[in-house]
Design a protein around this ligand. Sequence first.
Ligand code: PLP
Length: 644
Amino acid sequence: MRQRKLRNLDTKYEAYADLIIDEPAEMPGRWSERSGGAPLYIEIGCGKGKFISELAAREPEHYFVAVEGNKSVMLRAMEKIRKLGLTNVCFVPEHAGNLSEWFADGEADGIYLNFSDPLPKNYWYKRRLTYRDRLKSYFRVLKASGTVTFKTDNTDLFEWSVLEIMAADLKILDITRDLHADPEASADNIETEYEAKYSGFGEKIKRVVIGRRTGADDCGSEEIKSEDMIKSIAAYNGREVPKEDKVFASVARARAATQEKGAEAIFNATAGALQDDSGKLVVFGPVAETIRSLSDTDFAEYAPITGTPEFREAVLKAVFGDFVPKSYVRAVATPGGTGSVRTAVDAYSCPGDRILTHSWHWAPYKTIAAELGRSLECFEMFDEEGRFDLADFDYKVKKLIRNQEHLVVILNTPANNPTGYSLTMEDWYGVKKTLDEVPLDKKVALVVDVAYIDFAGEPAEVREFLRVADNMRANILPVIAYSASKTFTMYGFRCAAMVCLAHSPEVADEFERICSFSARNTWSNSPRPAMTAVSRIMNDPELLAKTEEERAKWRGVLHARGRAFEAAAREAGLRIVPFTAGFFVTVPYAEPDRLRDALEKKDVYVISIAGGVRAAVASLSEDKCRRLPAIIKETIDELESCAE
Ligand code: PLP
């Protein structure tokens, strides 16, 4: 209902002259005269003042400036403040424009925008209080640690604002799309009049807290300093884009050292691909032969967006082996497992959402999330006893699902990168137990990144988890991200598929539709020659048997290397992160770059990751795997003794 026009407004205002700032343009740099030096908070659009009066009463050590363009509404707010006898609030009876006209740079500590006018017509967008230029202008008057808190019930305005936050290169510090359902987020919430009314009608209240982008990290990886960030023409959209990819830089140094000193003298444990004992890339013979036999058309023709029908059939065989799922399955081709992960994040989460994965994870999960305007939340991968930390997984799933309608969970198993850990069946039952408890109105995409599955152990054994994935509740959609790049040793050919295990044909069809739509708008179609090669191999029993035989041989080699590293680490007293199988072993260390640099002085090249260094047993001979742990241990001891 519209506020009734109050008669004699000017006369009524006289009684509140001490609360009113008539000339805010004279105030920049002088607010402390008013606040006595207390931290300064601004509410833009205070309405009838329920929020500001309760906040000011709760936080007497802070000073508040309430801005409101509707004078009769503001009168109600002033009445409340007077009634409560509060002296830490003043009022600006104007519509907020450029805050820099009223406040000096860095003068304020926080800004509240509560239930701002959504101005729904498209051409009004620049007038919305969360338009990117306005957001930037707020941060001019805010201190370095200052925040803007925006609350609304309007879904369109909220989602639009989330994208504006990214466009303004700001950071989402906290976000919830159902504030009242989240006890943690709503513990300190003060309802406005509007909020009390509309949440009563079942409207979900959304809230986002915005800060400056600092480069600080949520998952323990190192902070990127501002001087390392490119600040020029590109639109950053909230992303942190370093000048140098640390992994590729390490690979390049290892390569240069190998050229200079010879392969035998160097421990090059940087590779992400399987190599023989002399450091040569392993390419399975039958795969190379099949690729060479492809015709010109096989090479040159476009493929359908979802992948060729033969490939989609073939890849289901490759993913499931002998397992027969009861779910509705669909496969969509993607260029590499990377494409599968990216598409799943894009399709099954909203901008601003947090994506959940384990603390030890493949670094692109974080950058994919950031690229898409999401961010990463990690659960501890291992508890103190070195067991998969189901309790933290459970806690984080429940925490996130309170705030988000959608949740993407990424589990990289078996043979996780970087640890080599494979979830046990007990771990899987624990994962299922937590996901079973997600309320049915919330949706979870469980992305199982099986990039290393065919190097992790016996094919049937490493596929046992599919029984659990095939048995989830209707609101959980398992999506298998399968990398043919690795399984068929064709890394550069960019071949993979994402496969869903859906409860209903509708959800499976939607999966196919949405993933192909997304593919069309990013890479369009995947490389046809790779798909043709994989489908020929999978459909030719002799070729398949030969490929499997070769893969089994190399799996054996990898297994021996991994066990050799593990045994030597035990002997040397070197702590490693729980390892099962696969390409990598990880040594935890608090200063990974320092350890990497010290190792390079001894001709050992590893990859520095958040919380440790990763050594690729995939690229070291068994002999080197046996020798390496002692060198790492010795280096750590030297670094520790330097520190003492
Ligand atoms: N997932 C993990 C854990 C990986 O380590 C990789 C590659 O290193 C991928 C996915 C993607 O592999 P690709 O895109 O080459 O298929």
